[in-house]
Design a binder for this molecule. Structure first.
Ligand code: NI
Length: 393
């Protein structure tokens, strides 16, 4: 592994496998936090534990008087029973690092090891190890606890099995979608299954609604703007010969553009209420807002690209093929300060078909070295930018 010293790479592989073996759900990351704390302690890096639950914030000194460059990793796992067959399989039943957050934490600790050896950093560097990303609540909680105080710019990244190991994917523009949930309660009139004329059938109303909601993306939104409306739950009924008087639908809405996001939510409400009115059912729509879209601005993506080239060479820096319609709560940090989010190629031959959040997900560990080298480079490049700016203002 030429990107970083072989001894450090070996340490990172051991660490990643240990984290993988002991995955912890969002908000329960105690053991993971201790492992992070111990690694930082051994490096002599000042850090604070138990931020917003089990978050860890570390500070590496640099030119004082310059705002810090923040590097962020997430640390939580998912409620999935692992089926990879790896020798370091999860020992926690029904819990798995199926999104590669074990890798994210490890690569950032690799960067900590590299940066702790570098004298004269142009700006201080702050490392955020964030809990509860999978619930979309960790970033907001870390920000509330002051994780961005004194921060100038922020960078992060995610493993991606669509790209070969050794590559870094950098693009300006949308990287991840927004994520909002909705629920529709349908109140009709229950009746005997043999006497439908005495009912307002909530199952029929709900079924029509689900089909009508499909027309939002296909007929209402500009086809050049990616968007999703999915109904994931439809609960109704108690017996074969009873017409259900009530039903509940729940779904999720994804968009890459704030205006499209609002359009989707407005359309869900309009269609649900209109279908209810059409059939005389009462309709209650609730929207639970989630993470905003993650969008890289051009200047920040430019810095990220320079760092990626420094880490892996220009031939291995790729543009994003398509933005991910999944959510990523890194977007909350970008609402506060500028930054960029990249992807680290992690494809494992033979496992291309197993996406993140699947029980057979794995990534190529070469990405650990790539991530560490990238974070070291971006800490310096973004730090120089901040120092120049501080000197000129
Ligand atoms: Ni993830």
């Amino acid at each position: 592994m030429a990107l970083i010293a072989p001894e450090l790479y070996d340490r990172l592989v051991v660490l990643r496998r240990t984290l993988h073996q002991y995955p912890e759900l969002s908000g329960q990351e105690t053991r993971t936090a201790s492992a992070i704390g111990k690694f930082l302690y051994d490096l002599g890096i000042h850090h604070r534990m138990n931020i917003a639950g089990h978050g860890v914030v570390a500070d590496i000194p640099g030119d004082s008087g310059v705002p810090c460059v923040v590097l962020r990793a997430d640390m939580d796992a998912l409620p999935i029973q692992e089926e990879t067959g790896l020798e370091f399989l999860s020992v926690h039943h029904g819990v798995m690092h199926a999104c590669g957050h074990d890798g994210h934490t490890t690569m950032l600790l690799g960067a900590a090891a590299l940066l702790s050896q570098e004298p004269d950093l142009p700006a201080p560097v702050r490392l955020i190890f964030q809990p509860a990303e999978e619930k979309g609540t960790g970033a907001i909680a870390m920000i509330k606890e002051g994780a961005l105080d004194g921060a100038g710019l922020i960078f992060g990244g995610h493993l991606d099995r669509h790209y070969h190991p050794g590559t870094i994917v950098v693009s300006e523009g949308p990287v991840n979608a927004s994520s909002d949930n909705f629920a529709v309660e349908i109140i009709g009139q229950g009746a005997h299954g043999a006497r439908p004329h005495e009912s307002i059938d909530a199952v029929v109303v709900g079924s029509l609604m689900i089909m009508a909601l499909q027309t939002i993306v296909s007929r209402e939104v500009d086809p050049a703007r990616p968007s999703v409306v999915s109904v994931g739950q439809f609960h109704a009924g108690t017996a074969p010969n009873v017409i259900a008087g009530q039903a509940k639908l729940e779904g999720t809405v994804r968009a890459q553009d704030p205006a499209v996001r609002q359009q989707l939510l407005n359309s869900v409400r309009r269609i649900a209420e209109s279908i209810g009115q059409l059939h005389g059912a009462k309709i209650y729509v609730t929207v639970t807002e989630g993470t905003p879209p993650l969008v890289n601005d051009a200047v920040m993506a430019g810095l990220a690209r320079r760092a990626a080239i420094e880490a892996v060479g220009e031939a291995n820096v790729l543009p994003l093929k398509t933005a991910n319609m999944g959510a990523e709560d890194f977007s909350y940090y970008l609402e506060k300060i500028p930054g960029a989010y990249v992807r680290f190629g992690g494809q494992v031959p033979g496992r291309e078909g197993y996406p993140a959040h699947s029980s057979k997900f794995d990534f190529d560990e070469e990405a650990l070295a790539v991530g560490a080298a990238y974070y070291r480079a971006i800490a310096r490049i973004a730090g120089q930018q901040l120092r120049q700016h501080a000197a000129s203002s």
